[in-house]
Write a protein that binds this ligand. Structure first.
Ligand code: TYD
Length: 213
């Protein structure tokens, strides 16, 4: 648990898993229960971070994997310092759309970066001492997730440089999330293939089962 009275809950999963919708529903549910809640996301939820996000995702540049890693970590340190820590210290609950597990899945596994121990130390360095109290992994088969991404972009929603990676990349990311879930008690698997209301039911059950609310 973090020192302040607030809680950090991270929402993780592949692109197109529906976690952002669930994040908003969860925020409303927690507010009804009397908690003060903020919603935030990575990368890009600080003024500096929005510039880093642009460099990372708009596709104008293609960073080498090591550069990509450092940009995500730079964004995280700024975000933790400017947004997450002050909220937790003030007793606010922080619902964060992606955090360090995404870096493990996308950069370490997806980009096949070597040196997992070195990366773990770097992740901790960028977290500035903050760890999630609970992580929800929205698990959706890759084929279905890609189908959702493509139908969103055919309706005019912009896709990012990472959305457009090959299916094999998304398979590596998915397998990495599954392995992280196996390895860490903190990470609860949510079956994201169900309809929205049922998925939200699973989320609420996860909070209750972990005694987080
Ligand atoms: P975004 O448009 O915010 O969408 P979503 O989170 O709903 O998929 O995309 C953020 C992208 O950044 C996403 O493809 C995952 C990627 N990402 C990483 O590769 N590493 C990271 O550490 C983080 C936080 C995100």
């Amino acid at each position: 648990m973090n020192n302040g009275a607030g809680r950090l809950i991270t929402f993780e999963g592949g692109d197109g898993s529906g976690k952002s919708t669930q994040l908003r529903l969860t925020a409303a549910w927690l507010q009804q229960r009397g908690h003060e809640v903020i919603i935030t996301h990575e990368p890009g939820d600080t003024p500096l971070g929005s510039q880093i996000r642009r460099l990372l995702l708009e596709g104008e540049y293609t960073p080498v994997p090591e550069c990509e890693l450092f940009l995500f970590l730079a964004d995280r340190a700024q975000h933790v310092s400017e947004v997450i820590m002050p909220a937790l210290d003030g007793g606010v609950w922080v619902l964060c759309d992606r955090f360090s597990d995404s870096t493990m899945a996308y950069q370490l596994a997806g980009r096949k970066l070597a040196d997992p121990d070195g990366l773990a130390a770097m992740l901790e360095f960028a977290e500035l001492g903050v760890t999630p109290d609970l992580t929800l992994w929205f698990d959706l088969p890759v084929g279905e997730a890609l189908h959702r991404i493509r139908s969103r972009s055919s309706m005019g929603e912009e896709s990012t440089r990472l959305d457009e990676e090959a299916q094999s990349f998304h398979e590596l990311v998915h397998a990495a999330f599954a392995a992280l879930h196996q390895a860490h008690e903190r990470i609860v698997r949510i079956d994201a293939s169900e309809p929205v209301e049922q998925v939200q039911g699973q989320v609420q059950t996860a909070f209750d089962a972990r005694g987080v609310v």
